[in-house]
Design a protein. Structure first.
Length: 126
């Protein structure tokens, strides 16, 4: 279990947990939450203090604080080793990199757009 605090506008970007289902319990504030089914259907809602929402194992999901104040949740998994895979980082910051031609074809964008995204996600050099 972990407490997650979201500043106004804070986002837990689309990600998955390949080995666990996640449950969140809202302590304060409100979050827009959702997951995408394997049939590409978005299941989403706004949850507030006292609400619970479950993200099924392996499905892409997100949480966003669209409120003016902070939001906090308790997050729990049904596994001690849920794993986390951020979609943006997985696709655009992998080492070695996913070939540009794979990303340009998959997202139907040009090489410049792919390079721009990769540069924004690249690790900062010390």
């Amino acid at each position: 279990m972990a407490r997650i605090d979201y500043a106004p506008g804070g986002l837990n970007a689309p990600h998955t947990h390949p080995r666990a289902t996640e449950m969140v319990f809202v302590l304060e504030g409100a979050l827009d939450v959702g997951f995408i089914t394997t049939g590409n259907k978005l299941v989403s809602k706004t949850i507030g203090a006292g609400d619970v929402f479950v993200f099924p194992r392996g499905l892409v999901h997100f949480q966003k604080n669209n409120g003016a104040g902070p939001a906090s949740v308790i997050s729990a998994f049904n596994s001690q080793f849920p794993g986390t895979q951020s979609l943006a980082m997985t696709l655009f910051a992998a080492t070695p990199p996913v070939p540009d031609h794979v990303l340009t074809t998959a997202f139907q964008v040009g090489t410049k757009e792919v390079q721009k995204i990769k540069s924004r996600l690249a690790p900062k050099k010390a």
